[in-house]
Design a protein around this ligand. Structure first.
Ligand SMILES: [Zn+2]
Length: 588
């Protein structure tokens, strides 16, 4: 773990505007800088950065935080990795104290690595593996591919891996956390039994999980057994083969996307090495994003069945959103890349690739040949237009719509109008997000981060029971807790201490709301210092609490007319209220 002082030091030595400018073109507009959001597709800038407070917020998608948040989001890093990246950039050396979660993750990687080597040894030199070896040989899976992907074999035993690890190589708890063993009624047993094992690596080459495929039809189990999601394995984020293929992808400036890892391995053996595969899901936005860092052209290869079709349509949407140009190859009926290349060889597969069509042609083909009724056709057009309205570049979008109108033989203006409507609808949503209603608690939080005097007054006078907005209360709880430890957090600093992502986004939104419709704030810009405004608002809240208390006691007094204690506290309250009224009057 990196000590807190170091985290602060690094954050404070950096400038969020400098850093973000490396990714987003920022233009000054009023107190803030604006640019096109890197986290969602948009046409007009709603991504804003505040240099003074060192935070950012997007009014379109709600993303927000400090420089670390930005690095984590854009580079897909953990908090610790984001700090390291920034420290590295600024040439600030850091001494690390390993954190508990760091240890845990590292343990899981180590266990997976060890398990992968064991699986691989079982396959290469195992005495029980002769059937598997034969099977793989028949399928042409040879030494080099087995090495490159560390393919292995899990023997037909309930405790093979457990026995191996029990020889002082690890803790059964970690094996369970890595998803390698399962806890049953009679104790633990191996998840992968009698399966060919394909280790799944993340983009950086670390093994995060395993896919197990059966090789014998005699085996009663399912065709595939896969690792569950673990602390280090999130299916929707990992693309199988990306680590092994990324250099080839960059070199060829093109990536081939297939449905499963068996397809990928078969293509790899025949020399197609720029291939990736999502893991049992259709392509996700996260996967699209990580691809877009390496390449802007993709060929999608999908099976000619209904599932393949759906996956292709969805992947098209995702790749468009991530600015990747797409061609489509639909496999001949009943074939997948694996079966095809086995039967017909690399040359025929190359021919198939040459016959690829653009995504637009693919859509047109569906429109003209697959969808028959008017309802089906209109639904499909609406779907496509909603994809296209995510393209930020107006020229590109216009070009695609023109082409589509040619292909579908639909009037261009008609399509254009519809697309404009969709875009407008998106913009209206975004406006609603900005023009939130005035909320006094939000305003107070915003003022808190605006200057030192305000901060000091609020730390003295403001109390949690004055807050009605639950989210604001949570944030102030944090502020007060740190204050008790002698720390006064600033806007950028507090972001590091909010783990709840939604709350962090909300906070950045609130802080950026200054050009919103607050009456008090408008007055402030004329003549009154912010601290006064905040103080008045706090007094108003205090008075409100006292007023409620007075009402409560008044009711009590009706029945307990003789109770001197109640009468006394009633008078006390009336005096307190009067005091506050006087101060407020003087302030006017
Ligand atoms: Zn955004």
């Amino acid at each position: 773990m990196i000590p807190r002082e170091k985290i602060d030091e690094i954050r404070e030595s950096a400038d969020i505007v400098d850093f973000i400018s490396g990714y987003v073109q920022l233009k000054k507009k009023g107190r803030n800088l604006f640019g096109l959001c890197p986290f969602h597709i948009e046409k007009t800038p709603s991504f804003s950065v505040n240099q003074e407070k060192q935070i950012f917020h997007c009014f379109g998608c709600g993303e927000g935080g400090n420089i670390y948040t930005f690095i984590m989001k854009i580079e897909k890093l953990s908090f610790g990795e984001a700090i390291e990246l920034l420290a590295d950039k600024l040439r600030i050396p850091i001494k690390k104290v390993t954190s508990k979660t760091g240890i845990k993750k590292q343990n899981l990687y180590n266990i997976n690595e060890t398990a992968a080597i064991w699986f691989n040894n079982n396959l290469v030199s195992g005495k029980f593996a002769s059937n598997v070896q034969k099977y793989l040989k028949n399928r042409g899976i040879s030494g080099k591919v087995i090495d490159d992907f560390t393919i292995g074999y899990a023997p037909d035993r309930w405790d093979g891996l457990i026995k191996y690890f029990s020889k002082d190589r690890g803790d059964i708890n970690f094996l369970e956390k890595a998803g390698l063993v399962i806890k049953g009624d009679k104790g633990y047993y191996d998840r992968f039994r009698n399966r060919i094992i394909f280790p799944i690596r993340n983009e950086f080459g670390k093994i995060v999980g395993f896919g197990g495929r059966k090789y014998s039809d005699d085996d009663p189990g399912g065709k595939y057994v896969n690792s569950p999601e673990t602390e280090i394995y999130n299916k929707s984020k990992i693309l199988y083969g990306l680590f092994e293929a990324k250099n080839k992808i960059k070199e060829k400036k093109n990536v081939i996307i297939v449905e499963g890892y068996i397809d990928l391995i078969s293509l790899y053996m025949e020399g197609f090495c720029n291939v990736v595969a999502p893991l049992g899901t259709s392509l996700t936005n996260e996967q699209g994003k990580s691809l877009s860092r390496f390449v802007n052209k993709a060929v999608m290869i999908f099976d000619a069945d209904e599932a393949g079709l759906k996956a292709t349509i969805r992947a098209g949407e995702i790749l468009i959103e991530n600015n990747i140009d797409i061609d489509v190859v639909v496999m001949p009926k009943g074939e997948d890349p694996d079966s095809f290349i086995k039967k017909f060889g690399a040359k025929e597969f190359e021919k198939l690739l040459d016959k690829r069509i653009s995504l637009l042609d693919f859509w047109a083909d569906l429109y003209n040949n697959k969808y028959e009724t008017i309802i089906e056709k209109t639904d499909f057009i609406n779907l496509i237009l909603s994809f296209l309205s995510n393209i930020a570049d107006g020229i590109k979008r216009g070009y695609l719509i023109n082409k589509l109108s040619d292909l579908l033989r639909i009037n261009t203006t008609e399509l254009q109008n519809k697309s404009n409507k969709l875009i407008k609808r998106k913009r209206i949503n975004h406006k609603e997000y900005v023009m939130n209603k005035y909320d006094e608690d939000e305003e107070l939080l915003r003022l808190f981060f605006t200057d030192v005097d305000t901060k000091n007054i609020m730390l003295k006078e403001f109390k949690l029971d004055m807050i009605t907005n639950e989210r604001i209360k949570k944030i102030f709880e944090l502020i007060f807790r740190f204050y008790e430890e002698g720390r006064i957090l600033d806007a950028a600093e507090i972001m590091d201490n909010i783990e709840d992502e939604e709350l962090r986004k909300y906070l950045s939104g609130v802080i950026f709301k200054q050009f919103n419709i607050s009456k008090e704030t408008n007055k402030m810009t004329e003549e009154r210092p912010q601290a006064d405004i905040a103080y008045r608002m706090i007094l108003g809240k205090k008075r409100e609490i006292i007023r409620k208390e007075i009402n409560r006691i008044r009711i009590k007094l009706k029945t307990e007319t003789e109770n001197m204690d109640v009468l006394r506290s009633y008078n006390d309250l009336l005096n307190k209220k009067k005091e506050i009224d006087n101060i407020i009057d003087e302030m006017k």
